[in-house]
Design a protein around this ligand. Structure first.
Ligand code: ATP
Ligand code: MG
Length: 368
């Protein structure tokens, strides 16, 4: 049983503060993914939990106990890194069982545990090999097994899959999730890959420049991004953004060229006159004949993604993309109508970048 509580944690290197007062509560058994671009402070936060970096201000507790002044080995965390640093001269079994050997566990017990953990990560037939005789994915599994065998209360992962090719990454992602479902250790996983974060996490923590922008389930964050930043970072292909102004009288958000996108009444009422960034996901737009959509855009080119094509358009001096599995009748340089699902319009304040929600919806959310 180990929950993690991070309260107003800050980190400075010299005079430069790189983590600016982070609050995060991780429940026992939860799988949390910290997501954000390079340099935003993900590893620093993780290393402070592990005890590999000191905390400049604030408090970190694990299982109800403040760990600020505890050594890494006193915290009950196991960390899996991108470079898993296996001992090259030891077999897989010896690598996995090394911590138990150091702890003085009798040989028979040790071997039984190595066999059990090795089998749980699918390494049974590789136990006698050396790391140099394994594929990247197999080595990653040895690193996982080495962490699992210590039965840590908390697993910390720092981009453990970055060195693997695309296909193996997805495979290992599934294995990590499967192993988590089995052993249910509290886990914090750091990545800059939004697809990896979306698929692994119970809850996602989106970071930007040393602060947390949003915490929520992948579904909440995808459907209700709290800011332009989160909206643009989560989802692939990326969300489109157009400038607009909300009109309660029109019950719509008006584009600069006079075109309109209908809004739910509550939303338009709540923010009459506000200047916005309108967020439209490529998968929430439909192509219709010119004149029949919310507005027209000029077709530019298309990209194959496999199950659907991504159609790129020009709209005024902006670009816009639409994901469609149908075969629309498009011609470069010719206009098409863009139809928008009213419940798929995201609005963000042009000033603050924060999400503009219907007041009622916000109130309900707080009460729930
Ligand atoms: N030892 C250090 N001394 C000074 N600055 C540091 C040190 N370690 C990290 N930083 C700075 O702190 C900021 C956060 O770094 P951190 O490694 O946490 O980023 P990250 O989100 O993990 O990035 P990446 O995705 O590239 O791994 C960066 O600006 C980095 O340059
Ligand atoms: Mg990092």
């Amino acid at each position: 049983m180990a929950d993690i509580s991070i309260r107003q944690v800050r980190k400075s290197y010299g005079k430069t503060e790189v983590v600016h007062g982070v609050d995060l509560a991780v429940a026992t058994g939860e799988f949390i993914v910290i997501l954000g671009p390079s340099g935003c402070g993900k590893s620093t936060l993780l290393r402070m939990i592990a005890g590999l970096e000191s905390v400049t201000a604030g408090e970190i507790s694990i299982a109800g106990k403040v760990v600020n002044d505890l050594e890494p080995h006193e915290r009950g965390c196991a960390m899996v890194f991108q470079n898993y640093a296996l001992y090259p001269h030891m077999t897989v079994a010896e690598n996995i069982g090394y911590a138990l050997k150091v702890a003085g566990l009798p040989r028979a017990e040790r071997l039984a545990k190595v066999a059990a953990v090795g089998s749980s990560v699918g390494l049974t037939e590789f136990l006698d090999r050396r790391p140099g005789q394994l594929s990247g994915g197999q080595r990653q599994r040895v690193a996982m097994a080495r962490a699992i065998i210590r039965e840590p209360a908390v697993f910390l992962f720092d981009e453990p899959l970055s060195n693997l090719d695309a296909k193996l990454r997805v495979q290992m992602r599934h294995e990590i999730r499967r192993i988590h479902n089995q052993i249910k250790a509290t886990s914090v996983f750091v990545t800059h890959d939004q697809a990896e974060g979306m698929t692994l996490a119970d809850r996602l923590v989106v970071m930007n420049k040393g602060v947390i922008e949003q915490i929520g389930t992948p579904e909440e964050i995808y459907h209700h991004p709290a800011s332009v930043y989160v909206a643009g970072f989560i989802g692939s292909p990326a969300m489109n953004f157009l400038p607009g102004q909300i009109s309660a009288a029109q019950r719509a958000v008006m584009l600069p060229n006079g075109a309109r996108i209908d809004l739910p009444a509550g939303l338009a009422q709540a923010h009459d006159g506000a200047l916005t960034q309108i967020g439209l996901r490529p998968e929430a737009l439909t192509l219709v004949p010119a004149g029949q959509g919310a507005f027209n855009a000029t077709f530019d080119f298309a990209e194959e993604t496999g199950p659907a094509k991504l159609y790129h358009f020009k709209f005024e001096d902006l670009t816009l993309s639409v994901l469609s599995a149908e075969k629309p009748n498009v011609e470069p340089g010719k206009p098409m109508g863009i139809k928008v699902q009213p419940d798929a319009v995201h609005l963000f304040s042009a000033d603050t970048g924060k999400r503009l929600g219907a007041k009622q919806a916000v109130a309900e959310k707080v009460m729930a």
